[in-house]
Ligand binder design. Structure first.
Ligand SMILES: Nc1ncnc2c1ncn2[C@@H]1O[C@H](COP(=O)(O)OP(=O)(O)OP(=O)(O)O)[C@@H](O)[C@H]1O
Ligand SMILES: [Mg+2]
Length: 429
């Protein structure tokens, strides 16, 4: 279900903006903007700054390029279906080629996102994306090159132009059976990159940014499989001074949102940490957070993984069969334990993203130091060896069963888009 809280859209009064959107004119409409209010300073980077996201945006937004609609139409061959590379809850994404600003030199490959619902909520998310991506700069965050905002006779158009990420998303590589399985070490590197991106947003900027939509489809991958977070449409500034949370409508993606946020509408950085824990389990298991095609007891990943605790003898049954035993069991257990604390019911018990980064670095070290020996062994009646070696052993019969299950699962990954308004109970800011 895709259903957002509707807002009035003052921006529609302004036609064909030639420069970065003027945020001060939009502040009444946008629940993420508190430009003149003093902020809680979360950052260790600049403990004295009181600047807000809009203020930072005013300073940095000149780096963004403003495109005309016809430029982007030409760049994508008239939004050709052949160049369409994805579709999410907000709109379609196309591969395109843009000329340099001065019109001279080679064209650059970009991704162009065209919003479906450009009025109301769509505009608000577009604006959040421009605003947040306009002020951040980090190797693990996707680069926004520019945007297009036109309110013409043919209707409202809102587009975003990003650096092109040739390897699509983590979701694509974890769940698409047409692709080779993502190797263990690559998975760890990808998730470390994503953690570094979130740590930067939570802890390293002048203002804290809560990402609010962390999931495997929003972790994009460049040509070297470096992770970059995309989709800042739901991002919010962290709480104001003296506040523990931001009160807001509950939006996000089913299967990833923290239960405390769903129940109360209280948004915190720890909400992102919960979502990160969900993705860690997706990475270990090769299963989506929600898979409706499975038996009832297996549909919710977080319920299913409880059967295979990190300290238990059956832990290896949780692991993605597509890894074909090529992973470090010690590192996998460490990551499962890390996921468990990210998924603490009490949000105060969840770790900070910087702590998660450190933990993942250790897991990578363990994985790299371990000797990856591929064990061959006689078939076992049950799926696992009792004394698990560091490199896990799964019997051939189990492998066959798992690969059969994997085939059955293929359809499950095609469950449509799950972005939605979880509920409206929460107090809306
Ligand atoms: N900068 C980019 N470079 C290359 N491909 C991209 C880029 N941005 C998005 N895509 C592709 O387009 C797909 C759709 O992205 P989009 O963010 O619109 O939707 P989503 O993440 O799948 O779902 P949701 O709307 O719930 O976030 C992505 O999964 C990715 O494969
Ligand atoms: Mg997305």
């Amino acid at each position: 279900m895709k259903c957002f809280q509707r807002i009035k859209c003052p921006y529609s009064k302004h036609r064909n903006p030639k420069s970065a959107p003027n945020l001060s004119e939009m502040s009444n409409s946008s629940d993420f903007i508190n430009s003149k209010t003093s902020r809680t300073v979360k950052s260790s980077a600049s403990a004295t700054s009181q600047r807000s996201v809009p203020e930072l945006y005013e300073e940095k937004a000149h780096n963004l390029r403003v495109f005309s609609f016809s430029e982007l139409r030409n760049a994508t061959n008239g939004f050709s279906k052949l160049l369409k590379i994805g579709e999410g809850g907000f709109g379609s994404v196309y591969k395109g080629l843009i000329k340099p600003p001065d019109g001279r030199g080679d064209r650059t490959v970009v991704a162009v996102k065209q919003l479906n619902n450009s009025g109301g909520q769509g505009h608000k998310q577009w604006l959040a994306e421009v605003q947040f991506l306009g002020i951040v700069e980090h190797p693990n965050l996707v680069k926004l090159i520019g945007y297009c905002a036109v309110d013409g006779e043919r209707g409202i158009q809102r587009l975003l132009v990003y650096e092109f990420m040739p390897n699509r998303s983590l979701e694509h590589h974890l769940f698409n059976r047409m692709l080779p399985a993502l190797p263990w070490n690559t998975r760890l590197r990808v998730v470390l990159g994503a953690a570094q991106g979130l740590a930067y947003l939570h802890e390293e900027l002048e203002v804290q940014v809560i990402y609010r939509d962390f999931k495997s489809s929003n972790v994009l991958l460049d040509e070297d499989f470096n992770a970059k977070l995309s989709d800042f449409g739901l991002a919010r500034e962290g709480p104001m001074e003296g506040q523990t949370h931001v009160s807001t409508a509950v939006v996000g993606t089913n299967g990833y949102a923290a239960p405390d946020y769903i129940e109360t509408g209280h948004l915190t950085a720890e909400s992102d940490v919960w979502s990160f824990g969900v993705v860690l389990y997706e990475l270990l298991t090769g299963r989506h957070s929600l898979e409706q095609n499975r038996p009832k007891t297996e549909q919710k990943l977080l319920d299913w993984v409880k059967r295979f605790p990190a300290e238990g003898k059956r832990f290896s049954m949780l692991m993605d069969p597509r890894l074909e035993n090529r992973y470090s069991l010690t590192a996998a257990k460490k990551i499962a334990k890390l996921a468990d604390i990210c998924l603490s019911k009490n949000r105060r018990e969840r770790p900070k993203m910087s702590e998660i980064v450190e933990s993942l670095k250790q897991a990578i070290k363990i994985s790299e130091e371990g000797s990856p020996q591929q064990l061959s062994a006689p078939e076992l009646v049950d799926d696992i060896a009792i004394d698990e070696p560091d490199q896990v052993y799964v019997s051939k019969s189990a492998e066959r069963r798992m690969s059969h299950l994997a085939k059955l699962r293929e359809n499950a990954t095609a469950i449509g888009k799950r972005r939605f308004l979880i509920m409206q109970r929460a107090k809306v800011a």
